[in-house]
Design a protein around this ligand. Structure first.
Ligand code: 4GS
Length: 245
């Protein structure tokens, strides 16, 4: 995959050279390039923004540097691929969006800072995505979050140690509780079933506790899911147990 980012704070993307994303670059699974669109301004002060027509507070990114920086990406990469604008008015980001984006060959992110966007910039854009219902100082962190969640889904990026299978949200349920050694830590004992060696019972306990955690913390996720017969039975047990608490 190739990922381009347009930002006037390219140094904010330095953390992307660390950890799993950095390794994906080193291993040739990801090509990552940040373009400072201030380099493409046509005015002598290198301004990237201006005041809104009609008045009002705040500044807007002007179209010219963004359009020219996009032309440069197209000249270098052949296309822009999917073009993602970070914006609170976009589709809320989630695991399904990450899975969709992870199938692409090329993604280009436009990350504004401080200000809004001149509406004509949206012409270049295929996807407007929001990190969530809160206000950031810029789109950079949003772009990095999306890149992180997306790139780890590319086959071969994660090793077995960090497998994406069974992740919360990819199964539709929150993860079940997990324990490692010691089996007794200061009197807090690991659930007996997990040390029993009975793999059928362990799988059933894990499914039930995933359902419990999701029922207690994120019932909205359960409403969106189609449960198997087994899950319906386990969830009924969970509900009875929780009502009796
Ligand atoms: C978000 C968000 C955001 C909006 C950037 C105000 C500065 C700011 N971007 N998801 N101007 N939430 N952007 O808050 O993507």
């Amino acid at each position: 995959m190739r990922i381009d980012v347009l930002s006037i704070f390219p140094d904010m993307f330095k953390p992307m050279t660390e950890s799993i994303i950095g390794k994906a670059v080193d291993r040739g699974l990801l090509e990552f390039s940040v373009t400072d669109f201030r380099d493409f301004t046509n005015n002598k002060h290198n301004n990237v923004d201006d005041t809104p027509f009609g008045g009002g507070a705040g500044m807007l990114l002007t179209p010219q540097p963004i359009f020219d920086a996009m032309d440069d990406i197209k000249a270098k990469a052949g296309d822009y691929g999917r073009v993602i604008l970070l914006d609170p008015a976009g589709v809320p980001f989630n695991q399904a969006v990450a899975e969709d984006l992870s199938n692409e060959e090329h993604l280009t992110f436009i990350a504004g800072h401080y200000e809004g966007y001149d509406e004509r910039i949206r012409e270049l854009v295929t996807d407007e995505i929001s990190l969530g219902d809160y206000v950031l100082t810029g789109g950079e962190l949003g772009a990095m979050v999306i890149i992180d969640a997306t790139v780890r889904l590319i086959p071969e990026v994660l090793g077995n140690r960090e497998s994406a299978i069974g992740d919360s949200f990819s199964t539709g349920l929150l993860e079940y509780p997990q324990y490692t050694r010691p089996a007794d830590f200061r009197g807090r004992v690991v659930p007996e079933v997990l040390t029993s060696g009975n793999h059928g019972k362990i799988a059933e306990w894990r499914m039930k506790e995933s359902l419990r955690r999701t029922y207690l913390r994120r019932p909205d996720l359960l409403e969106k899911m189609e449960l198997t017969k087994e899950q319906v039975k386990l969830l009924a047990e969970v509900k009875a147990e929780e009502a009796a608490e």
